[in-house]
Design a protein around this ligand. Structure first.
Ligand code: OX2
Length: 836
């Protein structure tokens, strides 16, 4: 967009300097040289992997200068820096997005084309860095893109896991997990910085020395070396390159003395190094359950301590006393996993800087802010006091002091109200409550959609909100339109640009101009063609990978996300079963042909979720092989759902399934990605679905089911009676019975767990209760789809109103309301930005 064919506007950069341009000729020459220098061989003789590596290395060369310039600019202007701490960053492939953001996409494509190669092929060589589970990790990655693209000095702090989220394979319908060895062929985007390694201490004990002033001496600890790897985060054609710093755990073996000729000491040293490296070996493959394992606690402290040490080291090089810290640094805590930032900063201010408690506490609270991402009780982290004390003895003492300090301030407001104080305490019943620590130690606490924030304020964190209401605020999530439209759906991006011009890429609110084209026949025609083209691409993938032929003229209806009871893949399945039954009864039934697409991983130990995958695959086997329904419906479960697969599925989808039990899905971000790509949502009034409905209007979304208020009211009343619903709805009764009555050949009692949870365990997630309303919603959807002009108008309205779900909007809000980054401290002033 905006690039003259044959040239690439590179870097654009620094305000006041001219754009440096790289021509196709230059690119070709640089690339050839790069391959030859890296491999000592000609372009014609190296593998695709070599070609890919050389391309990454070349792009890295190109971005070195703006990266350096950005760092220098931040140093020179002394602008306030934001550090976004997250245990997960689900980046997705970087080659495409970096080329795109650098403005080099067209040049590269053309240059490679002239060399007889295809950029698309090389992009697919890249492994998805699987450094996250789902929504929380992907959100962090979208935010990195927006921070850089807005020119905000915002960086990521994360973990460089040796093995990412497991690779999912489907064997006989079941999920099997394989190690995700994403680093096997190397990762060329990051740069190892051994000179900036820091030490992190675990275990040991704390000796208290008191001569006038109390001193805490931490002794007998084990040291782990934290080595940073920096990944450039490229802003969209604005010359800003921020940094994502990923930490890896290593042992410093050179300090270990070996016995002559090797011998047992050396062996011990190697064993020791393995235990140390365990720390950053694996990503915990679940985002919805709290894992009470010591290793997880160690990972969290490792990230926090290494990250903070490096921030402070950098701060000291450029600034004076740490008293000024909150004016120069903002630290954001993505869910409770990095919450140890609070006691760790206090430790540094108290033990190393010798500040008073009051001073240190004020600095900490002013620096820290926290986002909550879930109200699932099983995801709320609490650590046993004993374990915490053993692993982190000094941090434990500090948390105890914070607890005392916080409880004292509670006492001042609620004297004598012991019950309330013990409910709100950071340490109670021998457990440390991480969310309480976060609320006490941060100046801002936000939820990720309006409903979610309301539930936090009025229910889950009500007492905290009553105590300090000013801390609580909402920041509805967003996603980057650059990855989730421009890159993954270039045909749609082109159509939008042809219709309203290119500004929407940086100013997504301008998508609203599409509204008046929604009814335009020519526009609709184009939109239809784009969708068809994307369906063809997905169908090709499905054919090659799964051997299933999809009807590209059918409705593509997708539910892609983690498999979880509250997300209710089961509701989707029961509805498909009912549709299938209707077709069996009446093969001439007039329904639109449907392709139901599923994708998602189940946590390794989450048995019922894993069984849901088997259920979906069993249904697929049955339906796809039944000739009598004449291909009216197809069901596919796409293996190993990840960012790259989402980039293929979302542009091809007509119907976006967002059907959690109301109140459970804090926000959802898939819903936003689908909407931006013109899919129509069928959804419950939960999370950001509610705001999507407000944005598009009720004619352009199909909602069903219980509201959050109704769900919560049922819980208060002890649940509901699923038997009544089951007995009262023939069609529903039939499908529920089919879970166990031999309908699935050879399944036996395999799905008894699902059956029991619906009928005998109270149907906690209201699947049966919402079934009739879901079925009715699907009928409405079918009707709308039949009337193609109306349908296409709905699709356009979704794209047109997706601007407010851009992470650019979200991040601008974080910047102003939470981090207080004023425009004059931005690397580019507002006027500079406009002239660029
Ligand atoms: C997810 C939430 O489940 C999802 O609703 C939200 O959109 C996403 O975070 C980003 O905010 N782990 N993952 C989540 O929460 C936790 C904890």
């Amino acid at each position: 967009i905006g690039v003259k064919p044959g040239t690439g506007v590179f870097g654009a950069a620094q305000a006041g300097t001219a754009d440096s341009e790289i021509t196709v000729e230059q690119f070709k020459q640089d690339y050839r040289n790069k391959v030859e220098r890296m491999y000592g061989d000609g372009l014609e003789r190296v593998s695709d992997l070599d070609k890919y590596n050389a391309l990454v290395s070349l792009v890295r060369d190109y971005l070195a200068e703006p990266w350096l310039n950005t760092k220098e600019k931040y140093r020179r202007t002394g602008s306030k820096q934001v550090y976004y701490f997250s245990i997960e960053f689900l980046l997705g492939r970087l080659l495409g997005s970096n080329l795109y953001n650098l403005g080099l996409n067209e040049v590269c494509q053309q240059a490679l084309g002239e060399l007889g190669m295809d950029l698309r092929t090389l992009r697919q060589v890249e492994e998805d860095p699987g450094l996250g589970n789902g929504g929380l990790g992907r959100l962090a990655a979208c935010y990195l893109d927006s921070m850089a693209s807005l020119g905000l000095p915002g960086h990521g702090m994360g973990m460089r896991y040796r093995y990412g989220l497991f690779e999912q394979r489907i064997v006989d319908g079941y999920q099997r997990e394989y190690a995700d060895d994403w680093l096997m062929d190397g990762f060329y985007w990051d740069v190892r910085k051994p000179a900036e390694a820091v030490e992190v201490r675990f275990g040991g004990n704390v000796r208290i020395k008191s001569n006038g002033k109390t001193q805490y001496i931490h002794e007998g600890y084990e040291t782990v070396l934290a080595v940073p790897y920096d990944v450039p985060v490229v802003g969209y054609r604005n010359g800003t390159i921020n940094t994502l710093r990923l930490w890896s755990a290593e042992a410093r073996l050179s300090e270990v003395v070996c016995a002559p000729q090797g011998g047992s000491d050396c062996q011990k040293a190697v064993e020791y190094s393995q235990t140390v490296e365990e720390l950053s070996n694996i990503l915990y493959p679940d985002d919805s359950t709290y894992e009470g394992k010591a290793l997880r606690l160690k990972q969290q402290y490792f990230l926090v301590s290494a990250g903070l040490q490096s921030i402070i080291r950098n701060y000291r090089e450029n600034n004076g006393h740490l008293r000024e810290f909150p004016h120069k640094i903002a630290i954001h805590i993505n869910d409770t996993h990095p919450v140890l930032c609070i006691p760790e900063l206090l430790r540094i201010l108290l033990d190393e800087e010798q500040l008073t408690w009051e001073e240190a506490w004020n600095i900490t609270v002013q620096t820290m802010s926290y986002t909550n991402h879930t109200i699932l009780p099983e995801a709320l982290e609490t650590w046993p006091e004993d374990l915490f004390r053993t692993v982190l003895p000094r941090i434990y003492l500090i948390v105890r002091d914070i607890n005392e300090y916080y409880c004292r301030s509670l006492w001042e407001t609620y004297p004598g109200d012991w019950d309330r104080i013990s409910r709100m305490a950071i340490i109670s019943y021998n457990r440390i409550h991480m969310a309480h620590l976060a609320i006490a130690g941060c100046h801002s606490v936000n939820g990720v959609a309006e409903l979610h924030t309301d539930i936090l304020k009025n229910k889950i964190m009500k007492e905290f909100c009553d105590f300090s209401p000013a801390k609580f605020n909402n920041k509805t999530n967003g996603v980057t339109q650059r990855r989730w439209v421009s890159l993954c759906n270039p045909a749609l991006a082109q159509l939008i640009t042809d219709t309203i011009g290119p500004r929407w890429v940086e100013h997504p609110q301008e998508l609203a101009q599409l509204e008046r084209h929604g009814a335009d026949t020519a526009f609709q025609h184009h939109l239809l063609r784009v969708k068809l083209q994307n369906k063809v691409a997905l169908a090709k993938y499905v054919k090659e990978k799964h051997g299933i032929t999809l009807d590209v003229n059918s409705i593509f209806d997708s539910q892609i996300k983690r498999i979880h009871a509250y997300k209710r893949q089961t509701l989707n399945v029961l509805h498909i079963m009912a549709l299938y039954n209707r077709l069996k009864e009446n093969p001439l039934l007039d329904i639109e042909p449907h392709t139901f697409i599923f994708g998602g991983k189940a946590a390794v130990n989450y048995h019922i979720a894993k069984n849901t995958i088997k259920l979906i695959n069993s249904l697929a086997d049955l339906v796809n092989n039944d000739k009598s329904i004449r291909d009216k419906i197809k069901v596919v479960f796409l293996e190993n759902y990840n960012v790259s697969l989402a980039e293929l599925i979302i542009p091809a989808t007509d119907v976006s399934e967002q059907i959690p039990t109301a109140s459970y899905e804090a926000s959802g971000t898939g819903n936003m990605k689908f909407m931006m790509n013109g899919a129509v949502t069928i959804g419950t009034l939960d999370g950001a679905n509610i705001e999507i409905k407000q944005a598009v209007g009720e004619d352009n979304i199909i909602v069903f089911g219980l509201t959050a208020e109704e769900v919560l009211a049922y819980y208060r009343g002890g649940g509901y009676n699923p038997w009544e619903v089951y007995q009262g709805n023939e069609r529903l009764k039939q499908v529920v019975d089919q879970l166990i009555n031999g309908f699935f050949p050879g399944a036996g009692d395999l799905f008894r767990g699902h059956f029991d949870s619906l009928l005998y365990q109270g149907d906690h997630f209201f699947v049966l209760k919402d079934f009739a309303s879901y079925e009715a919603a699907h009928r409405v959807l079918d009707e709308r789809y039949k009337d193609r002009p109306t349908w296409l108008k709905m699709c356009s309205a979704n794209i047109a109103h997706s601007g407010r779900f851009s992470s650019d909007r979200t991040f601008a809000e974080y910047a102003t309301d939470i981090w207080h980054i004023r425009p004059d401290t931005l690397p580019f002033s507002a006027s500079e930005k406009q002239t660029r």
